[in-house]
Design a binder for this molecule. Structure first.
Ligand SMILES: [Zn+2]
Length: 381
Protein backbone atom coordinates (compact mmCIF):
# COMPACT_ATOMS: atom_id res chain seq x y z
CA UNK A 1 0.00 0.00 0.00
CA UNK A 2 2.81 2.40 0.91
CA UNK A 3 5.45 2.84 -1.78
CA UNK A 4 8.61 4.92 -2.00
CA UNK A 5 9.14 7.30 -4.90
CA UNK A 6 12.09 6.38 -7.19
CA UNK A 7 14.25 9.16 -5.72
CA UNK A 8 13.47 7.94 -2.19
CA UNK A 9 12.14 11.34 -1.11
CA UNK A 10 8.44 10.58 -0.90
CA UNK A 11 6.16 7.94 0.57
CA UNK A 12 3.13 7.46 -1.68
CA UNK A 13 -0.27 6.29 -0.46
CA UNK A 14 -3.79 6.04 -1.92
CA UNK A 15 -5.54 9.42 -1.73
CA UNK A 16 -8.05 9.82 1.09
CA UNK A 17 -11.84 9.93 0.80
CA UNK A 18 -14.36 11.46 3.14
CA UNK A 19 -17.73 9.86 2.57
CA UNK A 20 -19.88 12.22 4.64
CA UNK A 21 -19.62 16.01 4.41
CA UNK A 22 -21.84 19.03 4.94
CA UNK A 23 -19.55 21.60 3.36
CA UNK A 24 -21.63 24.65 4.35
CA UNK A 25 -21.03 23.85 8.03
CA UNK A 26 -17.40 24.92 7.46
CA UNK A 27 -18.84 28.42 7.87
CA UNK A 28 -19.64 27.64 11.54
CA UNK A 29 -16.07 26.95 12.64
CA UNK A 30 -15.49 28.46 16.08
CA UNK A 31 -19.23 29.02 16.53
CA UNK A 32 -21.56 27.14 18.90
CA UNK A 33 -18.73 26.40 21.35
CA UNK A 34 -20.18 28.47 24.21
CA UNK A 35 -23.27 28.05 26.32
CA UNK A 36 -25.74 29.90 24.11
CA UNK A 37 -28.75 29.70 26.37
CA UNK A 38 -28.12 29.87 30.11
CA UNK A 39 -31.70 28.82 30.79
CA UNK A 40 -31.41 25.64 28.70
CA UNK A 41 -31.33 22.40 30.68
CA UNK A 42 -28.18 21.49 28.79
CA UNK A 43 -26.33 22.04 25.53
CA UNK A 44 -26.32 19.01 23.23
CA UNK A 45 -26.73 17.89 19.62
CA UNK A 46 -30.20 19.39 19.49
CA UNK A 47 -29.18 22.86 20.68
CA UNK A 48 -26.19 22.79 18.27
CA UNK A 49 -28.67 21.95 15.53
CA UNK A 50 -30.48 25.25 16.17
CA UNK A 51 -27.27 27.16 15.48
CA UNK A 52 -26.65 25.07 12.37
CA UNK A 53 -30.17 25.82 11.05
CA UNK A 54 -29.49 29.56 11.42
CA UNK A 55 -26.34 29.12 9.31
CA UNK A 56 -28.29 27.09 6.74
CA UNK A 57 -31.08 29.68 6.50
CA UNK A 58 -28.61 32.41 5.56
CA UNK A 59 -27.25 30.62 2.47
CA UNK A 60 -27.89 31.40 -1.17
CA UNK A 61 -26.40 29.81 -4.29
CA UNK A 62 -23.41 32.18 -4.29
CA UNK A 63 -22.55 31.83 -0.60
CA UNK A 64 -22.94 28.03 -0.51
CA UNK A 65 -20.51 27.81 -3.42
CA UNK A 66 -18.02 30.18 -1.77
CA UNK A 67 -18.09 28.37 1.60
CA UNK A 68 -17.95 24.95 -0.09
CA UNK A 69 -14.85 26.00 -2.00
CA UNK A 70 -13.09 26.86 1.26
CA UNK A 71 -14.13 23.55 2.81
CA UNK A 72 -13.06 21.56 -0.24
CA UNK A 73 -9.77 23.43 -0.63
CA UNK A 74 -8.85 22.51 2.91
CA UNK A 75 -9.85 18.87 2.30
CA UNK A 76 -7.72 18.70 -0.85
CA UNK A 77 -4.72 20.06 1.04
CA UNK A 78 -5.33 17.43 3.71
CA UNK A 79 -4.91 14.61 1.17
CA UNK A 80 -8.56 14.07 0.23
CA UNK A 81 -9.51 13.36 -3.38
CA UNK A 82 -13.13 12.18 -2.95
CA UNK A 83 -15.98 13.70 -0.97
CA UNK A 84 -19.50 12.43 -0.33
CA UNK A 85 -21.56 15.60 0.04
CA UNK A 86 -24.79 14.91 1.93
CA UNK A 87 -26.63 17.82 0.43
CA UNK A 88 -29.88 18.94 2.02
CA UNK A 89 -30.22 22.66 1.32
CA UNK A 90 -32.31 22.47 -1.85
CA UNK A 91 -34.84 25.31 -1.85
CA UNK A 92 -35.31 28.95 -0.83
CA UNK A 93 -35.51 29.64 2.92
CA UNK A 94 -39.34 29.48 2.95
CA UNK A 95 -39.30 26.15 1.07
CA UNK A 96 -40.20 27.54 -2.37
CA UNK A 97 -38.06 25.83 -5.03
CA UNK A 98 -35.64 28.00 -7.01
CA UNK A 99 -36.63 28.47 -10.67
CA UNK A 100 -33.67 26.24 -11.41
CA UNK A 101 -34.48 23.45 -8.94
CA UNK A 102 -30.94 22.07 -8.71
CA UNK A 103 -29.10 25.40 -8.46
CA UNK A 104 -27.82 24.64 -4.92
CA UNK A 105 -26.60 21.14 -5.86
CA UNK A 106 -24.87 22.51 -8.94
CA UNK A 107 -23.08 25.15 -6.85
CA UNK A 108 -21.65 22.47 -4.55
CA UNK A 109 -20.57 20.25 -7.46
CA UNK A 110 -18.87 23.22 -9.12
CA UNK A 111 -17.04 24.02 -5.88
CA UNK A 112 -15.70 20.47 -5.55
CA UNK A 113 -14.50 20.31 -9.13
CA UNK A 114 -12.86 23.73 -8.91
CA UNK A 115 -10.82 22.54 -5.92
CA UNK A 116 -9.75 19.26 -7.55
CA UNK A 117 -12.11 16.89 -5.71
CA UNK A 118 -14.30 14.14 -7.05
CA UNK A 119 -17.77 14.41 -5.54
CA UNK A 120 -20.68 12.12 -4.83
CA UNK A 121 -23.60 14.56 -4.67
CA UNK A 122 -25.96 12.74 -2.33
CA UNK A 123 -29.28 14.42 -2.94
CA UNK A 124 -31.14 14.39 0.38
CA UNK A 125 -34.84 13.67 0.85
CA UNK A 126 -36.40 15.46 3.84
CA UNK A 127 -40.06 15.76 4.73
CA UNK A 128 -40.86 16.24 8.40
CA UNK A 129 -39.51 17.20 11.83
CA UNK A 130 -40.24 13.72 13.15
CA UNK A 131 -42.96 11.08 13.27
CA UNK A 132 -46.30 12.93 13.19
CA UNK A 133 -44.64 16.36 13.25
CA UNK A 134 -44.57 18.80 10.32
CA UNK A 135 -41.30 20.43 9.32
CA UNK A 136 -40.19 23.31 11.52
CA UNK A 137 -39.59 26.75 9.90
CA UNK A 138 -35.82 26.16 9.92
CA UNK A 139 -36.29 22.88 8.01
CA UNK A 140 -38.54 24.11 5.20
CA UNK A 141 -35.76 24.64 2.66
CA UNK A 142 -34.67 21.01 3.07
CA UNK A 143 -38.15 19.65 2.35
CA UNK A 144 -40.05 18.24 -0.59
CA UNK A 145 -43.80 17.51 -0.66
CA UNK A 146 -43.48 14.01 -2.10
CA UNK A 147 -40.96 11.41 -3.25
CA UNK A 148 -41.56 12.20 -6.92
CA UNK A 149 -40.25 15.75 -6.45
CA UNK A 150 -37.04 14.32 -4.97
CA UNK A 151 -36.60 11.76 -7.72
CA UNK A 152 -37.23 14.29 -10.49
CA UNK A 153 -34.28 16.27 -9.15
CA UNK A 154 -32.15 13.13 -8.89
CA UNK A 155 -33.07 12.31 -12.51
CA UNK A 156 -32.11 15.84 -13.60
CA UNK A 157 -28.77 15.68 -11.76
CA UNK A 158 -27.97 12.25 -13.17
CA UNK A 159 -28.68 13.48 -16.70
CA UNK A 160 -26.58 16.63 -16.19
CA UNK A 161 -23.51 14.78 -14.85
CA UNK A 162 -23.75 11.59 -16.91
CA UNK A 163 -20.35 10.83 -18.38
CA UNK A 164 -18.48 13.09 -15.92
CA UNK A 165 -15.94 10.78 -14.25
CA UNK A 166 -15.51 13.23 -11.34
CA UNK A 167 -19.21 13.26 -10.31
CA UNK A 168 -21.48 10.55 -8.91
CA UNK A 169 -25.11 11.27 -8.02
CA UNK A 170 -26.60 9.34 -5.11
CA UNK A 171 -29.78 9.25 -3.03
CA UNK A 172 -29.97 10.13 0.65
CA UNK A 173 -33.08 9.76 2.79
CA UNK A 174 -32.00 12.13 5.61
CA UNK A 175 -32.89 9.90 8.60
CA UNK A 176 -35.72 7.83 10.03
CA UNK A 177 -36.90 10.95 11.83
CA UNK A 178 -37.04 13.23 8.76
CA UNK A 179 -38.36 10.73 6.18
CA UNK A 180 -41.39 8.44 6.60
CA UNK A 181 -40.90 4.69 6.09
CA UNK A 182 -42.83 4.56 2.80
CA UNK A 183 -40.50 7.23 1.33
CA UNK A 184 -37.44 5.27 2.43
CA UNK A 185 -38.75 2.16 0.67
CA UNK A 186 -39.33 4.05 -2.60
CA UNK A 187 -35.99 5.84 -2.51
CA UNK A 188 -34.15 2.57 -1.84
CA UNK A 189 -35.96 0.86 -4.72
CA UNK A 190 -34.95 3.70 -7.06
CA UNK A 191 -31.31 3.56 -5.92
CA UNK A 192 -31.36 -0.21 -6.34
CA UNK A 193 -32.74 -0.07 -9.89
CA UNK A 194 -30.13 2.51 -10.92
CA UNK A 195 -27.25 1.06 -8.83
CA UNK A 196 -26.72 4.37 -7.02
CA UNK A 197 -25.12 4.93 -3.61
CA UNK A 198 -27.73 5.23 -0.85
CA UNK A 199 -26.60 7.15 2.24
CA UNK A 200 -28.58 7.86 5.41
CA UNK A 201 -27.93 9.18 8.92
CA UNK A 202 -28.52 6.20 11.21
CA UNK A 203 -28.73 6.11 15.02
CA UNK A 204 -26.70 9.23 15.73
CA UNK A 205 -28.78 10.12 18.78
CA UNK A 206 -30.77 7.95 21.23
CA UNK A 207 -33.88 10.13 20.86
CA UNK A 208 -34.35 9.25 17.19
CA UNK A 209 -34.18 5.57 18.07
CA UNK A 210 -36.88 5.97 20.72
CA UNK A 211 -39.08 7.83 18.23
CA UNK A 212 -38.51 5.19 15.55
CA UNK A 213 -39.51 2.42 17.95
CA UNK A 214 -42.61 4.40 18.95
CA UNK A 215 -43.60 4.96 15.29
CA UNK A 216 -42.79 1.56 13.79
CA UNK A 217 -42.13 -0.86 16.65
CA UNK A 218 -38.63 -1.34 15.25
CA UNK A 219 -35.18 0.07 15.87
CA UNK A 220 -33.73 1.99 12.89
CA UNK A 221 -31.60 -0.77 11.33
CA UNK A 222 -34.36 -3.36 11.91
CA UNK A 223 -36.69 -1.02 10.01
CA UNK A 224 -34.18 -0.45 7.20
CA UNK A 225 -33.70 -4.20 6.79
CA UNK A 226 -37.46 -4.67 6.48
CA UNK A 227 -37.73 -1.83 3.94
CA UNK A 228 -35.11 -3.43 1.66
CA UNK A 229 -32.54 -0.69 2.20
CA UNK A 230 -29.48 -2.71 3.21
CA UNK A 231 -27.03 -3.60 0.44
CA UNK A 232 -23.33 -3.12 -0.43
CA UNK A 233 -24.33 0.34 -1.79
CA UNK A 234 -25.86 1.40 1.53
CA UNK A 235 -23.91 3.71 3.85
CA UNK A 236 -25.15 4.07 7.42
CA UNK A 237 -23.69 7.39 8.54
CA UNK A 238 -22.69 7.48 12.24
CA UNK A 239 -24.19 4.08 13.26
CA UNK A 240 -23.37 5.22 16.80
CA UNK A 241 -26.12 3.69 18.92
CA UNK A 242 -26.59 0.25 17.35
CA UNK A 243 -27.26 -2.97 19.22
CA UNK A 244 -25.05 -5.91 18.17
CA UNK A 245 -27.85 -7.51 16.12
CA UNK A 246 -28.20 -4.27 14.14
CA UNK A 247 -24.47 -4.28 13.40
CA UNK A 248 -24.97 -7.87 12.25
CA UNK A 249 -27.70 -6.80 9.82
CA UNK A 250 -25.33 -4.26 8.27
CA UNK A 251 -22.60 -6.90 8.09
CA UNK A 252 -24.80 -9.54 6.45
CA UNK A 253 -25.63 -7.01 3.71
CA UNK A 254 -21.94 -5.95 3.38
CA UNK A 255 -23.19 -2.40 3.97
CA UNK A 256 -20.96 0.45 5.20
CA UNK A 257 -20.87 2.29 8.48
CA UNK A 258 -19.41 5.78 7.99
CA UNK A 259 -17.96 6.92 11.31
CA UNK A 260 -17.44 10.69 11.63
CA UNK A 261 -15.35 10.58 14.78
CA UNK A 262 -14.19 14.19 15.05
CA UNK A 263 -17.67 15.63 14.55
CA UNK A 264 -19.26 12.99 16.80
CA UNK A 265 -16.85 14.01 19.56
CA UNK A 266 -17.63 17.69 18.98
CA UNK A 267 -21.39 17.05 19.11
CA UNK A 268 -21.30 14.65 22.05
CA UNK A 269 -22.96 11.91 19.98
CA UNK A 270 -21.45 8.87 21.73
CA UNK A 271 -19.02 6.05 20.98
CA UNK A 272 -19.81 3.55 18.20
CA UNK A 273 -19.41 -0.19 18.82
CA UNK A 274 -16.68 -0.71 16.25
CA UNK A 275 -15.96 -4.21 17.56
CA UNK A 276 -19.47 -5.41 16.69
CA UNK A 277 -19.36 -3.70 13.31
CA UNK A 278 -16.02 -5.27 12.39
CA UNK A 279 -16.97 -8.70 13.74
CA UNK A 280 -20.18 -8.66 11.71
CA UNK A 281 -18.42 -7.91 8.42
CA UNK A 282 -19.76 -4.39 8.05
CA UNK A 283 -17.44 -2.21 5.98
CA UNK A 284 -16.05 0.97 7.53
CA UNK A 285 -15.28 4.38 6.12
CA UNK A 286 -14.91 7.89 7.53
CA UNK A 287 -16.53 11.31 7.20
CA UNK A 288 -15.48 14.91 7.89
CA UNK A 289 -19.18 15.68 8.50
CA UNK A 290 -19.33 19.17 10.09
CA UNK A 291 -15.75 20.21 9.13
CA UNK A 292 -15.15 21.31 12.74
CA UNK A 293 -11.56 20.07 12.26
CA UNK A 294 -10.10 19.06 8.90
CA UNK A 295 -7.86 16.12 9.75
CA UNK A 296 -8.91 13.01 7.84
CA UNK A 297 -5.94 11.09 9.28
CA UNK A 298 -7.40 11.64 12.77
CA UNK A 299 -10.74 10.38 11.44
CA UNK A 300 -9.31 7.11 10.10
CA UNK A 301 -7.13 6.57 13.21
CA UNK A 302 -10.29 6.87 15.32
CA UNK A 303 -11.62 3.66 13.72
CA UNK A 304 -9.15 2.00 16.09
CA UNK A 305 -8.67 4.47 18.95
CA UNK A 306 -12.40 4.79 19.69
CA UNK A 307 -12.48 1.01 20.12
CA UNK A 308 -9.53 1.30 22.53
CA UNK A 309 -11.39 3.90 24.58
CA UNK A 310 -14.53 1.79 24.64
CA UNK A 311 -12.91 -1.54 25.50
CA UNK A 312 -9.82 -0.61 27.51
CA UNK A 313 -7.67 -2.73 25.18
CA UNK A 314 -5.21 -2.04 22.36
CA UNK A 315 -4.83 -3.34 18.79
CA UNK A 316 -8.50 -4.27 18.88
CA UNK A 317 -8.82 -6.02 15.52
CA UNK A 318 -6.91 -8.34 13.22
CA UNK A 319 -7.38 -7.28 9.58
CA UNK A 320 -8.06 -9.90 6.88
CA UNK A 321 -4.64 -9.06 5.43
CA UNK A 322 -1.77 -6.73 6.24
CA UNK A 323 -1.39 -4.56 9.32
CA UNK A 324 -4.01 -2.60 11.27
CA UNK A 325 -2.52 0.65 9.90
CA UNK A 326 -2.94 -0.64 6.32
CA UNK A 327 -6.56 -1.58 7.01
CA UNK A 328 -7.27 1.84 8.57
CA UNK A 329 -5.72 3.62 5.58
CA UNK A 330 -7.78 1.44 3.24
CA UNK A 331 -10.93 2.44 5.13
CA UNK A 332 -9.99 6.12 5.00
CA UNK A 333 -9.21 6.00 1.28
CA UNK A 334 -10.41 3.26 -1.08
CA UNK A 335 -13.35 2.09 1.04
CA UNK A 336 -14.62 5.67 1.40
CA UNK A 337 -14.34 6.17 -2.36
CA UNK A 338 -16.27 2.94 -3.00
CA UNK A 339 -18.94 4.07 -0.52
CA UNK A 340 -19.27 7.17 -2.71
CA UNK A 341 -19.73 5.10 -5.88
CA UNK A 342 -16.19 5.40 -7.31
CA UNK A 343 -14.11 2.37 -8.29
CA UNK A 344 -10.77 3.39 -6.78
CA UNK A 345 -9.00 6.01 -4.66
CA UNK A 346 -8.55 8.27 -7.68
CA UNK A 347 -4.90 9.03 -7.14
CA UNK A 348 -2.18 9.17 -4.53
CA UNK A 349 -1.00 11.43 -1.76
CA UNK A 350 2.58 11.95 -0.63
CA UNK A 351 4.48 12.22 2.63
CA UNK A 352 8.02 13.55 2.79
CA UNK A 353 10.29 10.76 4.05
CA UNK A 354 12.49 13.25 5.91
CA UNK A 355 9.59 15.03 7.61
CA UNK A 356 10.52 15.63 11.28
CA UNK A 357 7.43 13.71 12.40
CA UNK A 358 8.96 10.54 10.89
CA UNK A 359 12.45 10.97 12.31
CA UNK A 360 13.69 7.86 14.19
CA UNK A 361 10.97 5.68 12.63
CA UNK A 362 12.12 2.36 11.22
CA UNK A 363 11.47 1.77 7.53
CA UNK A 364 8.96 -1.03 8.03
CA UNK A 365 6.96 1.03 10.58
CA UNK A 366 6.48 4.15 8.46
CA UNK A 367 2.77 3.66 7.76
CA UNK A 368 2.13 2.77 11.40
CA UNK A 369 3.78 6.07 12.33
CA UNK A 370 1.80 8.07 9.76
CA UNK A 371 -1.50 6.56 10.96
CA UNK A 372 -0.93 6.47 14.72
CA UNK A 373 1.43 9.43 15.20
CA UNK A 374 0.73 11.67 12.21
CA UNK A 375 -1.87 14.10 10.97
CA UNK A 376 -3.08 15.39 7.64
CA UNK A 377 -0.43 18.13 7.95
CA UNK A 378 2.02 15.45 6.75
CA UNK A 379 0.17 14.92 3.48
CA UNK A 380 0.67 16.62 0.15
CA UNK A 381 -1.74 16.19 -2.74
ZN1 LIG B 1 -24.47 14.45 8.58
Amino acid sequence: MLSLSPDGRWLELPALATAHSHAFQRGMRGAAQRNADASAAREDFWSWRGAMYRAALALDPESIEAISRIAFRELRRAGVRTVGEFHYIQHQPDGTPYDDRTVMSDAVVRAAKAEGLRIALLRVAYHRAGPGRDAEPGQKRFCDPDVDAVLRDVDALRAKYAGDPEVVVGVAPHSVRAVPPEWIRELAAYADAASLPLHMHVAEQPREIDECVAETGKRPVELLAELGVLSPRFVAVHATHLLPHEAALLGQARAFACVCATTEADLGDGLPDLGSLRASGARLCTGIDSHVITDPVADLRALETLARLRTGTRVTFAPPSGTPAEQLWREGSIEGAIACGFADAGGTVRVEREHPALALVEEELLLDAVVFSGSSALLQA
